[in-house]
Write a protein that binds this ligand. Sequence first.
Ligand code: GDP
Ligand code: CA
Length: 318
Amino acid sequence: MSPRKVCLLAGGVGGAKMAEGLAAHDDVALSVIGNVADDESFHGLWVSPDIDTLTYSLAGRIDRSQGWGVADEGHRALETLNLLGAETWMSLGDRDFGLHIHRTMRRAKGDRPSDIARDVARAFGVTSDILLPTDDVVQTRLRTTDGRWLSFQEYFVRERCAPEIRDIAFSGLDMARPTPEALAAIASAELIVVAPSNPLVSIAPILGIPGINEALRAAAAPKIAVSPFIDGKVVKGPADRMMAALGLRADALGVARRYRGLADRLVIDHADAGLKAGIAAEGPAPHCSDILMKSQADKARLAREILDLAFAPAEAMA
Ligand code: GDP
Ligand code: CA
């Protein structure tokens, strides 16, 4: 049988784990639509952290101890920048810098960001398709309770998620056009998976690109989301505080409400079995599993369970 076409919507670390799990299976042809809203310019270079996390993860080059950045990395370039008085709070490694230089040079030549991402992934030996939802610039902006607007990296890295968030906006979103590659991947998918990524700053800026949400709703494929919350807590990152700040429940039920109308099913952790009835009543149909992905084996097993839910439901429910 030819491989099943699976389209994954993914942010950075949580998204890359799910991507690795799906890519581990020979019967899957994977397209990953990543998030560009964390992109930002540093030292004159265009950095695309979530797309690079996907690329490095699927290439087996990721620093597994932190889940982002390149393994066996050095920081000599950053040392020089620091000596020269540049702001160096964004930790960019030497190997990583090479990619940012290349990306920036090609963007300056007028190459499509999607083409650059595709070529970079191929050069690193990635066999899955890494797609951008848009070639336009869309950037997350977070308004703090003290009235400042921060970029995602200023909030996440420079200020270590300390400020309370009042509002989230995406500059450029309304005018952004979806890429034909992303629309085609959605339309032709046999299964659409929403990774356990941050719903508000990783998945929302993909869904918000005009045309993407409509394409998802029109797609015939089953849609299965995975919760980034386990037992009412995030595995990592600020999704819990962001959800609470916007008046949303910071748990799997909050995720279910958020993905109502988008996902048919939500995979939640066994620890959240108590939320099943609530989720079933007002969100996608819940399915309990072990959704913490620590090892490569965990990722592949969760991916297989999701594939079975879509393609071999009798086995998955047994
Ligand atoms: P970022 O762009 O690096 O912040 O990554 P994502 O948006 O893709 O993912 C962040 C979310 O991933 C957080 O809300 C975490 O709770 C979630 N996450 C990380 N690891 C796991 C895991 O092993 N299982 C599940 N279910 N969620 C995870
Ligand atoms: Ca991110």
